[in-house]
Write a protein that binds this ligand. Structure first.
Ligand SMILES: Nc1ncnc2c1ncn2[C@@H]1O[C@H](COP(=O)(O)OP(=O)(O)OP(=O)(O)O)[C@@H](O)[C@H]1O
Ligand SMILES: [Mg+2]
Length: 283
């Protein structure tokens, strides 16, 4: 297991209630885990425990243990943990500080004591991977939203982390930028075998790409399983405000109308059932 979380609870200093309440989970190397859940359910807080920002940089009461690639986050600095787990946040502007795209990526490597040649090799590899090599001399604020977020991803990728944790990386992007970033994440998982933990409201995308979905509610894990298994719980998820993928929602309605006896996931099959129902109505 590349990540192991053992009974983790966290209460922010000055907050009366804990934001995480006994979270236990583990992530396999190469796995793609999607996290969903209503606002305030602890998704972002959980992400911050995965590279040690909690408990090292954010004050509060932390219980349990998080192991990243075998390292207990309590015993290692955020800088050390960052070479294992790259964290990407919602707002790309808040993560970019340098004058050029290239400097932005180089900046992350500066304190790692890597030789110049290796640094250059890694910067080239990373910028090509995220599709920003041609824009390496540009001023980051001039990039589009999708490009900025791809640059933020590049600046953690350049440290060659085994795990990428992304907390709603597309929330502030337009549809095109969102698509760019989501395809990049799928590529990193499939081609580069990077373990991905992604907080994302686009459940259609998660249904397509995630190996497993974890549903957070009120600081706890409410449900966990394969996307098809989890999204089948349409009523429970809608009650807490999790969006159901359109395909599953349609199939759920078909089942309610008595047109199928179970929820179907296959697009072709849904079309067949709809056609059949339509023909039956006509005749
Ligand atoms: N810095 C903080 N200090 C005190 N309480 C906080 C802090 N950050 C978050 N919280 C509280 O912790 C709980 C979980 O918040 P968190 O941001 O982790 O939820 P979330 O699932 O990421 O929500 P969203 O979908 O809105 O991003 C909430 O009740 C929130 O108010
Ligand atoms: Mg959040």
């Amino acid at each position: 297991m590349i990540i192991e979380v053992e009974n983790v609870s966290f209460r922010y200093a000055h907050s009366p209630e804990p934001s995480l309440r006994g979270i236990s989970m583990a992530v396999r190397k190469g796995e793609f885990v999607g996290i969903v859940g209503p606002s305030g359910s602890g998704k972002s807080t959980f992400c911050l425990t995965l590279n040690g920002i909690i408990p090292h940089s954010i004050k509060g009461e932390f219980r349990g243990n998080v192991y990243v690639d075998g390292l207990n986050t309590r015993e290692h600095s955020v800088a050390t943990l960052s070479t294992r787990v790259g964290l990407v946040l919602q707002n790309p502007d808040a993560q970019l500080f340098n004058m050029t795209v290239e400097d932005e990526v180089a900046f992350a490597l500066e304190n790692l004591g890597i030789e110049r040649e290796e640094m250059e090799r890694r910067i080239r590899w990373t910028l090509k991977l995220v599709g920003l090599w041609a824009k390496r001399h540009e001023f980051p604020p001039n990039l589009s939203g999708g490009e900025k977020q791809r640059l933020a991803i590049a600046s953690v990728l350049v440290m060659k982390p085994k795990v990428l944790v992304l907390d709603e990386p597309t929330a502030q992007l337009d549809p095109l930028g969102r698509k760019e970033v989501l395809s990049l994440i799928a590529l990193l998982n499939r081609e580069e075998k990077i373990t991905v933990i992604l907080v994302e409201h686009n459940t259609e995308y998660l249904l397509e790409y995630a190996d497993r979905i974890i549903v957070f509610d009120n600081g706890r894990i409410l449900m966990e399983g394969k996307p098809e298994e989890v999204f089948e719980n349409v009523e429970v998820l809608e009650n807490i405000g999790v969006r159901i993928p359109a395909r599953i929602k349609i199939s759920y309605e078909l089942k309610r109308m008595g047109l199928t006896d179970k929820i179907i996931f296959d697009r072709e099959r849904i079309v067949e059932v709809l056609r059949w129902a339509y023909q039956r109505r006509k005749s």
